[in-house]
Design a protein around this ligand. Structure first.
Ligand SMILES: Nc1ncnc2c1ncn2[C@@H]1O[C@H](COP(=O)(O)OP(=O)(O)OP(=O)(O)O)[C@@H](O)[C@H]1O
Ligand SMILES: [Mg+2]
Length: 300
């Protein structure tokens, strides 16, 4: 295998296929990753977690831009910020320090989703916001009954108002993420085409399998989304090819390029799709929204 131009991986590139194989060997073993046709009520929202326990891989960027892209193509969207960092909230133009109600109140059943949602005027979607208060929920939820399914129950009440609910998960496989996974029909996994991303994938696939087996039989991997992609980097091309070889149709056709406009947009409180619609990053997310709308048809 030719050596990558850059960056130099911390471990030999030759190990990458083994990591992909490990993750994909775990994946098909459970129905969690099969897109078996299922009956779904089209009047009820599809709930998708945007998850990857690795930090900084583009979960929030994917959530807000997919949401804005879906809104642009006529879909009714709710974004749930399930991360105490509140990045999806701020990136949607809503000040996390001034939220009357947050997802924390919803998880502790102090309020309903309908009461707590805010409108992201820029993004064209609704948002259930979060701030640092949510970190406390990790501890408080341990004590309560139905601790894994609180979000699922709360979202059921608004399922007919939306076509898509996108849950931006924190960078961990915590009780918060578990609430997201228990409430979802599927998981979208943004990943960078790097060696360590492959290592983490196998943990995530295992968790999804366990949730599928024990807590949420509906859960499946909707797809792996290659993000921050730079085709000039040989290693990224190699990892991308390996992903396609092992995961096949589970890899989305759309590839999100590394694009500075996507990184600039949050500081303006806007998804990149709205901030600079003609940028390469925005165009890719609009294309991804279209691909997502098509993909959900095949899930029915
Ligand atoms: N396609 C892209 N091109 C350029 N920069 C990007 C792209 N996607 C994400 N970024 C930037 O990378 C950083 C991490 O992205 P993001 O916050 O979406 O990741 P995350 O997985 O949600 O992080 P965390 O695990 O902390 O929640 C941010 O600064 C973001 O602006
Ligand atoms: Mg994030």
């Amino acid at each position: 295998m030719p050596s990558p131009a850059s960056p130099v991986p911390a471990r030999p590139v030759a190990s990458a296929p083994a990591a992909v194989a490990r993750a994909s060997a775990e994946a098909p073993a459970g129905a969690a990753t099969r897109s078996t046709p299922r009956q779904a009520d089209p009047s009820r929202a599809r709930v998708f977690c945007i998850a990857n326990q690795k930090g900084g891989v583009g979960k929030t960027t994917t959530t807000v831009n997919l949401a804005a892209g879906l809104a642009l193509v006529g879909q009714r969207v709710l974004v749930v910020d399930l991360d105490p960092q509140g990045n999806a909230t701020m990136g949607s133009g809503i000040d996390k320090r001034r939220l009357p109600h947050t997802v924390y109140d919803v998880l502790l059943e102090n309020t309903t989703v309908a009461e707590a949602v805010q409108r992201s005027e820029k993004g064209g979607y609704d948002l259930l916001g979060a701030n640092r208060e949510l970190a406390g929920a990790e501890v408080e939820l341990v004590e309560v009954e139905r601790r894994n399914t609180r979000l699922k129950q709360a979202l059921a009440a608004v399922a007919e108002r939306y076509d898509f609910v996108l849950v931006d998960c924190p960078p961990s496989l915590s009780l918060l993420t578990l609430n997201g996974l228990c409430s979802a029909h599927g998981v979208v996994v943004p990943m960078q085409c790097e060696y360590f991303a492959l290592e983490g994938l196998s943990d995530l696939v295992n968790t999804i399998k366990q949730v599928h087996a024990n807590l949420n039989a509906e859960l499946q991997i909707i797809g792996l989304l290659r993000v921050m992609f730079d085709p000039r980097i040989t290693l990224q091309q190699q990892v991308s090819e390996q992903l396609k070889a092992h995961f096949g149709e589970k890899v989305f056709n759309t590839v999100i390029p590394r694009n500075v406009r996507l990184a600039e947009a949050p500081s303006y409180g806007q998804p990149g799709v709205v901030f600079d619609p003609s940028s390469r990053g925005a165009q890719a997310f609009i294309e991804f929204a279209r691909e997502m709308v098509q993909r959900v048809q095949t899930l029915r």
